[in-house]
Design a protein around this ligand. Structure first.
Ligand code: SF4
Length: 449
């Protein structure tokens, strides 16, 4: 239980505390300002830690930001001292470390290393990502990406915490696609400079051929980066690939997560590693670029299992490989069945992938962190040179409008000053269908401001 005299920051401080999963005792975090110094005191069990920071801030918002930072830092330092553990991301808890690095400018490495106590290897990783993003990252008024959500899948993966429904049990698909097409039609008019199109969810290719064609026709032919999630090989068919080709899709996601058959069974996939390889070859025969996802830290997987999966993925030679760290949120079936993953082992998997992928000529190009991640690590996307997925950069760096369509999709309006306004759609399909026309009006108003 954590208590603080800065109650507004209780949840921020709990984020730091939650990174130290072994801690289970009462903690008090107090701060006070005297002149131009901020004094912090952290009491853990019978130990007291004191820190002070010199402090000047002109505006109240800046003052608040610094106070929060000092308290988080103090808690991190005290916990690190108490447990003897230093975390790779130090006192940083945010989802987007790259965005913070851009905000800090040329001085970001010093800020990461010496202020936020981020490790040298994670700071170097961020520096490499910023380098890879050169030429792709940009802030230009009117830039936007079109996202379409199809929240249906062949079966539900055991680690899934999305809203995706098993397609055979979904009764409202036709109504959903009709509403979605109306929303897409309105959305297309709201983007001045279209940067990319991404149809995800879900597994859009789990739709029938007829509905999939109708959806692609609604989106229309595009001449920008155009990605379709075909994550599950059990839903990839030749007919779907032909339709994608007809409408100008450039990139297809084929997501193995692992190439170990026993794990695929355990996580609720009804296909084998061989099925993935066969479908990969089929996708390639149509000339699409391929994005692949792997997960480090899947249940019962050793470092060698992960190495093997990465090696198989590399032998297939996709353009992008994203290495996720298993993230178990409430809502996932696996949450209850796994006691505790070996953090050291997951960390070795992530380190191995980082080295191996770069040795093979892949460049890290986007990164994000989530709560509940194994080992407090991160998800990192790697790309072959000149094959960066623009959509992934835009969604992570929040530099362009995201005009999102479908249930649970969140649109983001990004102003020239960087202010972000979000508009979320209802999560379940029935509510989405009943509210889509109102949602379209709200969206037109948001993006016309
Ligand atoms: S494919 Fe993705 S969205 Fe679908 S059930 Fe699996 S994890 Fe969830």
């Amino acid at each position: 239980m954590l208590k603080t005299n800065f109650e507004n920051f209780t949840s921020d401080l709990n984020e730091v505390l939650n990174e130290f999963i072994s801690i289970n005792c009462d903690i008090q975090v107090n701060g006070k300002i005297v002149g131009e110094t901020f004094y912090a005191e952290v009491i853990i069990d019978d130990k007291t830690y004191n820190y002070d920071y010199s402090y000047t801030a002109t505006f109240p918002i800046e003052k608040k930001r610094l106070q929060k930072r000092f308290l988080k830092l103090s808690l991190y330092k005290a916990l690190s001292n108490f447990t003897g553990v230093s975390l790779p991301w130090g006192a940083l808890t945010g989802i987007r470390p790259t965005k913070l690095a851009y905000q800090q400018g040329d001085n970001f490495e010093n800020f990461f290393l010496n202020t936020m106590l981020v490790s040298q290897s994670k700071t170097d990783l961020i520096a490499k990502i910023l380098q890879t993003q050169q030429g792709i990252y940009r802030k230009k008024s009117g830039d936007g990406d079109l996202f379409v959500s199809v929240p249906f899948c062949p079966t539900r993966c055991a680690y899934c915490s999305f809203i995706s429904n098993e397609i055979s049990k979904e009764k409202l698909i036709n109504g959903y696609i009709d509403g979605l097409l109306r929303e897409i039609e309105a959305s297309k008019k709201l983007i001045k400079n279209l940067r990319s199109v991404y149809i995800g969810g879900g597994t859009p290719v789990a739709l029938s051929d007829e509905l999939f064609y109708k959806l692609m026709q609604g989106v229309g032919k595009m001449n920008v980066e155009y990605t379709v999630e075909a994550g599950r090989p059990d839903a990839i068919t030749e007919e779907k690939l032909k339709i994608m080709k007809e409408f100008g899709v450039t990139r297809v996601c084929v997501n193995p997560q692992t190439f170990k058959d026993e794990t695929l069974l355990l996580i609720g996939r009804r296909h084998t590693a061989k099925d993935i390889m066969d479908k990969f070859a089929l996708v390639r025969s149509y000339g699409f670029d391929v994005n692949m996802d792997l997960i480090a830290g899947l249940p019962d997987e050793s470092l060698n299992d992960f190495k093997n999966s990465l090696n198989v993925a590399l032998s297939l030679n996709p353009e992008n490989i994203t290495v996720h760290t298993l993230c178990l949120k409430s809502g996932s079936k696996l949450k209850e069945s796994i006691s505790k993953l070996s953090e050291g082992e997951v960390s070795k998997m992530v380190e191995y992938s980082h080295q191996r992928l770069q040795d093979e000529g892949f460049l890290p190009y986007y990164l994000y962190r989530q709560k509940y991640m194994a080992g407090n690590l991160e998800n990192t996307g790697y790309s072959k040179p000149d094959k960066v997925c623009v959509y992934n950069v835009d969604i992570m760096e929040e530099t362009a409008d995201i005009v999102a369509n479908g249930a649970n999709a969140v649109s983001k309006r990004v102003t020239d000053t960087g202010k972000i306004t979000r508009l979320g759609a209802p999560k379940d399909t029935a509510t989405y269908i009943s509210k889509v026309d109102k949602l379209i009006e709200e969206k037109i108003s948001l993006f016309s401001e």
